[in-house]
Ligand binder design. Sequence first.
Ligand code: GLN
Length: 201
Amino acid sequence: VPRIAVLALQGGVAEHVEMLRELGAEPVPVRSAAALSSGPWHGVVLPGGESSTMDRLLRRFRMRDPLAELITSGVPVLATCAGLILLAERIEDPAPGQTSLGVLPVTVRRNAFGRQVDSSREEVSTAFGKVDAAFIRAPEVTAVGGDVRVIARRGSSPQGAGAVVAVATDQVIGMSFHPELTHDLTLHSEFVRRAHRQRHA
Ligand code: GLN
């Protein structure tokens, strides 16, 4: 069974854990550098929440560099919302002092579609299938580089029609929305397939 490190310092962890279990993986909530070093890991999940808070806690708990190294080593990654912001090489409008792991060549703009009250639920067409997605203070991907592919744009939403809301490489699947809040397994299934391959590699 693939072991998945689910970053659990802050944010929406439980729904990811439940979905990964349902898909036959072994999710392990990770809250310390010691837990992070208790691999082997066949995948990493970075949940939604508040990216600047996660960034601060990662540094305080000395988890930032080992997490960046784990990801750079090539394990499959699934990141939602704040998690995608953590991965980004560039944040257009960081909170004061906010840094990121800088491991994915994309630029993101935080809270690109408005505030919490502008949250919405929409169907999003992705390269891996249609996803029932919740947008909550979601970031927009404003630039992609390297081998990053755009796998979804926002539909005819009044807020930001056509905006890039999901990207992927052979290693990373990153989305601005929350498929875990609607229990949509489409992207998690692809991630768990990748984690299985990683385990057998
Ligand atoms: N706006 C949040 C941030 O900057 C992300 C919101 C979310 O994860 N739902 O991290």
